[in-house]
Each structure stands twice: as C-alpha cells, then as structure tokens.
Unconditional design. Sequence first.
Length: 244
Amino acid sequence: MASSNLKLPCSSPSVVCDDMTVNIEQNILLSNFNLTVEPGCWMGIVGPNGGGKSTLLKALLGLVPHQGLISFDWHQGKIGSIGYVPQLAPFDATLPITVLDYLRIVCENRTVWLRYKRNQRISQTMAKFAISHFSDKRIGTLSTGERQRVLLCGALINEPDMLIIDEPLAGVDKQGHQLILDILSDYHQTGKTILMVEHHWPVVASYCQQVAYIDGKLVQVGSAQQIFTLLKQNASPLDLANMA
C-alpha cells in the first residue's frame, strides 16, 4: 500500500518545470509545461500513448533538449544522485554482459574482467530483488520481467536521492509486481522522491501521493481520485475497466 505521510529528513530535491517545451525535429512533444514535484513525493505520471510521459522524464534527466526552465533545488545545496529506469527496451542477446557484470559496472570502479571480489552491497541488493540465482546469465537472455528487476536493482543499488522510473512493472508477473512495489515503498518510506510513469491504475491509486495527467502538456495534477474523475469525464484511452 501507499507509503505513510511520516515526515522524514529528505535529501531529495524539489523539481520545477516552468514553461518548459520539448521540440525535436519540429515535433512539439511537450508544450508550455509547468509542474512542481515536492521533496519526498511519490508522483505518478499518466496519460495516453504519445502524450509525452517518457519525454518528460528524459527532459528532466537532460537526455533530450528543452526550452524553458527545469530546476532541481537540492537540500542545503548539496547535489545528490538520481536513479533511472528507462522504458523497456530490447537487449542484444549476444551482448557478453552478465547480470553480475552489469551491477558491478553500476556499483564499482573495478573493471569487470578482473577477478570478482565479493561485494556485500551487490549481494544484498540482488537477494532483495530475487535475482541472485541468475547472476551469471547474460542480460540479453533474460525474460522481460527478470530484466526489469535487474534494471531496478541497478537503479537502487547506490541508494540514490531520487528515483525516476518509466513503466517499471512492464512485462513483470503478478508476484514480481508486488516484490517491486514493496521495494519501492521501502525506498519511499525513507523520505525519497519517486517520479513514476505507470499504466496500471490500481497501482497509481494505491501508491502515488500525487498524479499528473499529461497529454502534450500538463492537463492536471492532483490526487488519484481527482485525476480518476477527470479521466472518466474525458473518456480517457487509459484502461478505465481496471480502475477501482
């Protein structure tokens, strides 16, 4: 279930988009976008396909150019770290990188072809995500759900101050859903910010404190109930049948 409202010391930044526009090859993907994410908020991002949800995350991370202002106001001016899981993408099955190799690249400064010395942080985080038993498998040969758990493990292994995730439950089975949501809830309970694109409305309604509805611009931001009412009124293409 959703994290509590307990106020904890927060190293996450406040995030502000002020009149932000993303225009790529003369295609306006987001226009005059204004949004504020408070520190420690779990915010869900919803909207139709092609509405700019993934574009917003990429703009925040500096992966696509933008006009207007995007600012991160870090606690006491101390710049922290951000974990990121992109939208699901295929891997080359011939890529000679195992799950353990990938996590070592993320977590350590040692080159991966040197003899592995047991890293307790990697071992503990793999166990939490239930991926220890396939640590020697190549990433490209994993199932979709296994790969999502590996990518989330990599995003959280260095304990980032903020997490930006794009459809983290895509391709994950029911048991994996709950495992991931429990881990995200534990992370959020420490006072950290999560910005999450998600299509499963029951997940958004149960876990997100605020929800932003995006369709080329910010249509509305509010509670899950407020956005649900808006979606029903506008006959949104989102799957209302699964919205309870």
